[in-house]
Ligand binder design. Structure first.
Ligand code: SAH
Length: 343
């Protein structure tokens, strides 16, 4: 029988497994803390667990297979891109970003992606498979161990669509947020989606305190459909209504991400449409100068145009920021993550 990936279990699930082995329930909490707080790489490091029990554990469970195979450090801003190898040689990427207020890690949620956004590198070869919660967690644990930096916040904005891997995403949140794990506060976690409407409602109804970011990128259905296939499934109105529901239910401000592409979505009318859509809602617009993806020929809007676009929104009372382009010299910026290693 295949061994179970022990890091993929919530504390409740681990307790059931441990008691079924005839051991006391409190042992599960000890093991959980070894796995998620102390990040051990073998059962033998669990020194408050007897040798016999450690053997039983090793017979039934395995530890997530994930290994750093390369690391690129930006010369511009010290952003670090990590390449990880998973079981069966799948490759994913994650990024460590250092901000004045603390360190953030951007993790991947899938190997590849099937959403097909025209400006994004992660989706070029389609979806390979979903990541397990343990594989999402391990990206953070490994980066923390390697960099010796404390991680303050997490963004789910690497490759993949988190809401296309919803159950594993929820499990990830439960474990990363657990007081016997890394205990990263929900308010320090941001999930970004291209707009899978039913999942936005489902998440809102869980009334968690995590932040939602919506990849808008065009304010009308016609234009959005040209760059994001998901726009054929859900209209802009349906998506924005869902985001407003999220904001009203959770009292958390929703971030609307908008990658500015020269001549595609950066006209004055586009800014005006955004105002119509968002005015009066609890929101924040994050403008991203579109990053280069060599297979795509999109060009970022000029600095001046970006500023003008931002000013139209700001003058209408919409809080707007321009995202700093971290790590673009190492292809670690938004939309540049890909399976760059072939296997
Ligand atoms: N699938 C999720 C999360 C991954 S992408 C989503 O769609 O939101 C994280 C952010 O980077 C998204 O807003 C995405 O649209 C944006 N992005 C993708 N390619 C980009 C590019 N070339 N330049 C700038 N942003 C990009």
């Amino acid at each position: 029988m295949d061994k179970i990936d022990i890091k993929n279990l919530t504390l409740d699930e681990l307790e059931k497994e441990i008691t079924s082995l005839g051991e006391a329930k409190f042992r599960a909490k000890q093991i959980f803390s070894w796995l998620h707080q102390k990040n051990v790489s073998s059962f033998d490091e669990m020194t408050n667990i007897s040798k016999d029990f450690r053997e039983k554990l090793a017979n039934k469970f395995k530890l997530t297979e994930i290994e750093i195979i390369d690391k690129l450090v930006s010369n511009v801003d010290k952003t670090t891109k990590y390449l990880f190898k998973l079981e069966n040689n799948y490759i994913i990427e994650s990024v460590l970003m250092k901000y004045s207020y603390g360190n953030a890690v951007c993790i991947s949620t899938q190997v590849g992606c099937r959403m097909g956004c025209k400006f994004c590198a992660s989706t070029l070869d389609g979806l390979e498979r979903n990541l397990l919660a343990s594989e999402m967690l391990s990206q953070i644990y490994k980066i923390q161990e390697d960099s010796k930096e404390k991680i303050r916040s997490i963004v789910l904005m690497g490759s993949g669509e988190p809401f296309d891997n919803f159950e594993n995403f929820l499990k990830f949140i439960e474990i990363i947020n657990h007081k016997d794990g890394l205990n990263i506060g929900q308010r320090h976690i941001t999930v970004s989606t291209c707009g899978i409407v039913p999942k936005i409602y489902e998440l809102a109804d869980k009334k968690m305190q995590i932040n939602l970011a919506l990849s808008l990128h065009a304010p009308t259905d016609e234009d959005r459909q040209k760059i994001m296939p998901i726009a054929k499934k859900y209209t802009v109105k349906e998506i924005v209504d869902a985001c407003k529901y999220f904001a009203n239910t959770t009292k958390r401000r929703v971030t609307y991400e908008y990658a500015l592409i020269s001549g595609v979505n950066d006209r004055e009318e586009d800014a005006k449409e955004i105002i119509k859509l968002l005015k009066g809602s609890l929101c924040h617009v994050n403008l991203i100068p579109v990053n280069d993806v060599k297979e795509r020929n999109y060009i970022k809007s000029s600095k001046e145009q970006i500023k003008n676009f931002a000013n139209i929104l700001i003058n209408a009372g919409i809080e707007t920021t321009i995202r700093r382009e971290l790590g673009s010299d190492i292809n670690a910026a938004c939309g540049q993550l890909r399976k760059s290693y072939k296997y």
